[in-house]
Design a binder for this molecule. Structure first.
Ligand SMILES: [Fe+2]
Length: 150
């Protein structure tokens, strides 16, 4: 494993996590209407999780002898809740992809693998949570009723 290759990839991850801090914070700020009661806090928690990951990755980059980036990518924002949930699912899926690639680069470095796997679990949980939130709950109710009467 080349240290520089892993540092470069971790910096791409760091940019993604900083994007998450801004994107989820923005989603939490701008949500209005009745769903604000539920989702303002949910998005704020997700912003905090991205910050937690950025913190871990930034410190790891320095430990490996690199310099952490302070940039982020463009954020996606919307006033439409379903669209925000879709953007969130896309964000978490990209994170799973990026940490999985990092794990390939980290092969042979057991502590780094464990470190990355730990974060990967959080990201996968995010994918599963947003997938469930995006499911049409009415369709689920209909399916379970059909199963009972069938
Ligand atoms: Fe993350």
């Amino acid at each position: 494993m080349s240290n520089q290759a892993i540092i470069d990839h971790l910096n791409e991850i760091l940019k993604h996590e900083w994007t998450g801090v801004a994107q989820y914070s923005q989603a939490s700020f701008i949500i209005e209407g009745p769903w604000r009661e539920v989702y303002a806090e949910k998005f704020e928690d997700d912003a905090k999780e991205s910050f937690k990951h950025a913190n871990l990755i930034g410190n790891k980059i320095v430990a490996l002898g690199g310099v952490p980036v302070a940039q982020r990518n463009e954020i996606k924002q919307s006033k439409d809740l379903t669209e925000v949930l879709q953007n969130s699912l896309a964000f978490e899926s990209k994170a799973v992809e990026m940490y999985s690639q990092a794990l390939e680069l980290a092969e042979g470095n057991r502590p780094l693998v464990v470190f990355l796997e730990d974060i990967l679990l959080d990201e996968q949980e995010g994918v599963e949570e947003y997938t469930k939130l995006l499911r049409n709950s009415q369709a689920v109710v209909q399916a379970s009723t059909a199963r009972k009467s069938g």
